[in-house]
Design a protein around this ligand. Structure first.
Ligand SMILES: [Zn+2]
Length: 71
């Protein structure tokens, strides 16, 4: 019998995901909707899409831009 659990040890957990529109970390992976492909969704701005940002520096800029837009 083979045990596949040893492969899971390599999983990275340090990388954060950011919304590419507003830079928020309040994003989640939406699955199980038969009419869509699996998508990222943002609770902050309502973004939906397959693209997600993993660059924290860029996300900070987006957050500032988003704040300015909202005013
Ligand atoms: Zn967003």
């Amino acid at each position: 019998m083979k045990d596949a659990s040893s492969e899971a040890q390599k999983t990275k957990r340090r990388s954060f995901k950011f919304c590419p529109r507003c830079g928020s970390t309040d994003v989640f992976w939406a699955q199980g909707m038969p009419q869509f492909w699996s998508l990222w969704q943002c609770r902050n701005c309502g973004y939906q899409g397959a693209f997600i940002l993993e660059d924290g520096n860029l996300a900070e800029k987006l957050q500032e831009e988003w704040k300015n837009k909202k005013q």
